[in-house]
Design a protein around this ligand. Structure first.
Ligand code: THU
Length: 133
């Protein structure tokens, strides 16, 4: 798959963020990056806990970083997993909260060494739950 420079930048940010993963229990390091409507990139990694249920996925850390910095709209996402797995259901719902158009929000799924797939958030979360705002 040939990527435009902006896509390459986002996928590379997800790969770089993976280096910071704290995953001593699963040994499954994940990195994520989101692009906000003003072009900024925010990253996250999974952060696990000895009380396993307190662990958080890389995608949600990236989204929360963006929101905490004042952003409110996410236009693209990249996630880097060891095996090319796509974002979990909980993260899809959190991403949808801040994606103004699920059909326009691209989700890149990559591994450290290759791009695995390109989806829209609408494809990953059909019939998304949203309150009328
Ligand atoms: N994980 C993510 O960071 N993102 C996902 O979309 C799925 C799973 C993390 C959670 C946990 O730290 C590890 O991967 C194994 O489930």
């Amino acid at each position: 798959m040939v990527l435009l420079p902006e896509h390459k930048e986002l996928t590379q940010a997800a790969r770089a963020a993976r280096a910071h993963a704290y995953a001593p229990y699963s040994n499954y390091a994940v990195g994520a990056a989101v692009r906000t409507e003003d072009g900024r990139i925010f990253t996250g990694c999974n952060i696990e806990n000895a009380s396993y249920g307190l662990s958080i996925c890389a995608e949600r850390v990236a989204v929360f970083n963006a929101i905490a910095a004042g952003a409110r709209q996410i236009v693209a996402v990249a996630v880097c997993t060891p095996d090319g797995a796509a974002p979990c259901g909980a993260c899809r719902q959190v991403l949808a909260e801040f994606a103004p158009d699920l059909n326009a929000c691209t989700v890149w799924v990559v591994r450290p060494d290759e791009v695995v797939a390109r989806y829209t958030l609408a494809e990953l979360l059909p019939q998304a739950f949203r309150l009328d705002r």
